[in-house]
Design a binder for this molecule. Structure first.
Ligand SMILES: NC(=O)c1ccc[n+]([C@@H]2O[C@H](COP(=O)([O-])OP(=O)(O)OC[C@H]3O[C@@H](n4cnc5c(N)ncnc54)[C@H](O)[C@@H]3O)[C@@H](O)[C@H]2O)c1
Length: 375
């Protein structure tokens, strides 16, 4: 199969869909790879490294999208890319369709086969392709939160770990999955007082076993969250309902009970955000203030640490990408993890939460893929 790796065009997005090592694996598997010139530059990979791995470098996105049967990228297509996506073309990337109707409509119109990294799901509910970026975003959320708590950046002027004689900051993490767990580890390492909230008791049990003593686990409900917001210096939004819009757990009224100069890092912004007052921001303009509370809502946080993220992403995506390259759309039929990854198939919405969210007809992936088998 001919695989295409375009340059990402989202604001300050420096990641790339495949490393030179990833390209080498494709080539070893008997595939050809087109890489857009300079696509890897932001992650520190030179064109020559891709060429040495066996890629053909091409000048623009039109050639990548125009020729490749499978596009492997990082972020959802941006508006200028909509018209490049072709009928029957396999697109393997993060999509985050649930909060984005224009993108969903564009992909339906394009007739492409959209396999979303974030909904590829193992039988036990794990999300193996969201996981590496959630690990990065979770760790980074504390780094960013600590920065915006600094007075010159609009925060309360609080050092996360405090110093002897001065108490540390209170970090409230809502959602104890991958993002929440990695955020908790970083905040705990910086000696903050960490409270982590989840509704899943098994998860809270696990967290209380693996976390250091400065991390407290708390069952998430309306009253416990209200108490948390009142005391928090830094709040991390890390909830997820698979494939669906994020539940709103930090309401506008809550801002009134929060401390002035407190910081909210809404990592869940790519699914619409866990705070009512969140709207997506970019790396070039990452924060804004509502009722004295600093909001950081960058939807592609891992792009800031592109090299780490690109390496971690390719480590996770390559085996699925190889399977798709080998079997084409049939891979979605044979591998249930990829079946769950299929969001849109040639104009049909094959992911229930997305179809329901926009009032579109839901056609199960098994149905569209099965019907392809009929004579
Ligand atoms: N902004 C970015 O750059 C970026 C990067 C990576 C991930 N994310 C996003 O971060 C979010 C979290 O991802 P994840 O991988 O940690 O997901 P996850 O599935 O591992 O964890 C989500 C957790 O939220 C919990 N949860 C669900 N509803 C809840 C509720 N009402 N109260 C408390 N907890 C609740 C679940 O029990 C689960 O433990 C997702 O929206 C993901 O897309 C954003």
């Amino acid at each position: 199969m001919l695989i295409g790796v375009p340059t990402e065009i989202k604001d300050n997005e420096f990641r790339v869909g495949a490393t030179p090592s990833g390209v080498k694996e494709f080539v070893r598997g008997g595939h050809a790879v087109l890489v857009q010139r300079s696509a890897g530059a932001g992650s520190g990979f030179a064109d020559q490294e891709y060429e040495r791995a066996g890629a053909t470098m091409v000048d623009g996105p039109a050639e990548v999208y125009g020729e490749a049967a499978l596009i492997v990228k990082v972020k959802e297509p941006e508006e200028p890319e909509y018209e490049l996506c072709r009928d029957g073309q396999l697109l393997f990337t993060y999509f985050h369709l649930a909060p984005d109707k224009p993108l969903t409509d564009a992909m339906i119109r394009a007739g492409s086969i959209c396999i979303a990294y974030e909904t590829v799901e193992k039988a036990d509910g794990q999300l193996p392709l969201l996981r590496p970026m959630s690990e990065v975003a979770g760790r980074l959320s504390i780094q960013e939160g600590a920065k915006y708590l600094e007075r010159p950046f609009g925060g309360r002027g609080i050092l996360l770990g405090g110093v002897p004689g001065v108490p540390p900051a209170t970090v409230v993490i809502v959602g104890g999955g991958t993002v929440g767990t990695h955020a908790a580890w970083m905040a705990a390492g910086m000696k903050a007082d960490v409270w982590i909230y989840d509704k899943d008791l098994d998860r809270l049990n696990y967290l209380s076993e693996v976390m250091p003593p400065n991390v407290k686990t708390v069952y998430s409900d309306e009253l416990s969250l209200e108490y948390a917001y009142e005391h928090a210096d830094l709040v991390i939004g890390a909830v997820l309902v698979h494939g669906a819009k994020s539940p709103k757990l930090l309401l506008r009224d809550h801002l009134k009970i929060m401390k002035r100069g407190a910081v909210v890092v809404d990592v869940a912004i790519d699914q619409g955000g866990f705070a009512e007052t969140s709207r997506p921001t970019t790396h070039s303009d990452p924060v804004y203030v509502v009722d004295g509370v600093v909001h950081y809502c960058v939807a592609n946080m891992p792009g800031a640490v592109a090299r780490t993220s690109t390496l971690a992403l390719t480590n996770a995506t390559i085996r699925y990408a190889l399977e798709i390259a080998e079997k084409g759309e049939q891979a979605c039929l044979e591998n249930p993890e990829l079946t769950r990854g299929l969001n849109i198939y040639r104009g049909k919405v094959t992911y229930k939460a997305i179809a329901d969210g926009f009032g579109y007809e839901y056609v199960p992936a098994s149905e569209v893929l099965d019907s392809r088998r009929l004579p």
